[in-house]
Design a protein around this ligand. Structure first.
Ligand SMILES: CC(=O)SCCNC(=O)CCNC(=O)[C@H](O)C(C)(C)COP(=O)(O)OP(=O)(O)OC[C@H]1O[C@@H](n2cnc3c(N)ncnc32)[C@H](O)[C@@H]1OP(=O)(O)O
Length: 416
């Protein structure tokens, strides 16, 4: 790393609580300098894990930040695996492109390994940044802007048995969190909530509303039990032709198809609105199969969660495989060389093992591609068509690609 203005390399160390404001200001400035509300600042401070938050210092000045939440991530098969949630990464523009990020990534991945966490995950501000450090885009999200005047919704049987009730978001938080917790094991990419994180979904600073209403909440109930919820805002608009307001969805979770349909029907039907913007939804979410005209929903797919296998053996052994698989992977990993070499992966829907081997390799790929395929949302076959996975034994690619896949598709419900 190049030296800084004092002639020394910036000092890298865990953040002390009294340094938090200085570090957070570096982060906000790197993201454009827009101030945050006291509510937001206090929220992010309260969930900071100081011993896992690195800051780079040029004398008294904070010039770099990189945190790592201690998350648990659902992997294919439903197990919850320790994963470092890389977050709040910033380098001061005065110190950019001198290797500060690289030094933080180096130290952080060494730390994550020493903590015994087999995975690191992140949401990238820009996709070009993290591939060099071995992160691959592993889950995708669906964004949609639905013309609710022209698009109809056909709901499944049982939808009328679900009541939708207006609720205060904070008052029903426990019931909503119980719904969320039941869904976590069922979909790879979901994160078990750490204490304090339930409040993130209720953050409602005016600066985030873009002219829309405060956060509104409805719960879906069946026989008095909460079976789903939705949080949304309404952005009012009136044209010469009349009302043209927009519903902006913030969160929606449901325990079964009828509960989900009841919530979508409610959102489609809000008076005076003509469109519904839903961002960050699962790519395979059921509403797409209820609409009369998917094209007028303008669906768009975007990269979401990036995964980095920190310990290849432990990571691959932690998930299950939807078909039997027995392959030797030749892994290339320049940034975390302890992963480089041949690994025999044997597994099925019940469990797996992954150990170093001297046997001949069946497939060759880098840690980044392994991260992309890890949650089952990116096909090894597709990566092979791009030349990112090489088949060295005939048939190994088809066998591994089938085994690695996941249904449902991986999804991460919120950023961090
Ligand atoms: C998980 C999260 O928190 S995502 C948030 C990331 N943060 C931001 O986007 C805030 C604004 N940006 C920044 O703070 C900084 O520009 C950072 C953190 C992205 C990069 O920090 P730097 O210290 O400049 O990176 P560093 O000097 O270590 O660069 C390493 C390599 O990555 C490349 N790189 C760095 N940032 C980018 C980028 N945004 N796009 C493409 N390449 C990049 C560099 O060119 C360099 O490549 P090289 O090794 O071929 O020369």
């Amino acid at each position: 790393m190049a030296n800084d203005s004092t002639g020394r390399a910036p000092e890298l160390r865990a953040l002390r609580p009294d340094e938090w404001d200085t570090a957070y200001d570096n982060l906000l400035r790197a993201f454009g300098g827009l101030p945050e509300s006291d509510e937001e600042r206090e929220m992010w401070r309260s969930i900071t894990e100081f011993d896992r938050f690195l800051a780079a210092w040029d004398g008294e000045r904070c010039v770099g930040t990189a945190g790592a939440f201690s998350f648990r991530l659902t992997v294919p098969g439903g197990t919850s695996v320790p994963a470092a949630g890389v977050t709040m990464v910033s380098v001061a523009a005065t110190h950019r492109r001198r290797g500060v990020l690289t030094s933080m990534m180096r130290r952080q991945l060494d730390d994550v390994r020493s903590w015994g966490e087999p995975l690191a995950v992140l949401c990238a501000s820009e996709p070009a940044i993290y591939g060099r450090f071995g992160y691959g885009a592993a889950s995708f999200q669906l964004d949609a802007e639905i013309d609710t005047v022209r698009v109809g919704l056909t709901v499944p049987d049982g939808t009328d048995d679900v009541q939708v009730r207006y609720s205060d978001p904070a008052e029903v938080l426990d019931a909503c969190e119980a719904v969320y917790a039941r869904l976590v094991p069922g979909r790879p990419g979901m994160l078990a909530r750490r204490p304090g994180w339930e409040r993130v979904g209720l953050l409602d600073p005016e600066s985030d509303r873009d002219g829309a209403s405060p956060l509104q909440c409805v719960v879906a109930e069946r026989d008095g039990e909460t079976v789903g919820y939705a949080r949304y805002r309404v952005k009012p608009s009136w044209s010469a032709a009349g009302p043209d307001s927009q519903v902006v969805l913030s969160a929606l979770e449901a325990l079964d198809p009828a509960a989900g349909a009841a919530l979508w029907r409610f959102l489609f039907g809000l008076d005076l609105t003509s469109s519904l913007v839903a961002r960050g939804r699962p790519v395979d979410e059921g509403w797409q199969y209820l609409v009369s005209d998917i094209r007028r929903c303008r669906p768009a797919r975007r990269d979401a969660l990036y995964v980095r296998p920190v310990e290849v053996g432990a990571a691959l052994a932690a998930r299950t495989y939807r078909a039997p698989v027995d392959v030797v992977l030749e892994v290339e990993d320049a940034f975390c060389p302890w992963n480089a070499g041949r690994w025999r992966l044997s597994g099925d829907a019940k469990g797996a093992s992954c150990e170093p081997t001297r046997d001949a390799a069946d497939l060759a790929l880098s840690a980044r591609e392994l991260g992309a395929a890890y949650l089952g949302g990116v096909s090894l076959t597709a990566l092979a068509t791009a030349g990112r996975v090489r088949e060295l034994r005939g048939g190994a690619l088809a066998e591994a690609a089938l085994a690695f896949g996941s249904d449902p598709a991986p999804w991460m419900p919120h950023g961090f």
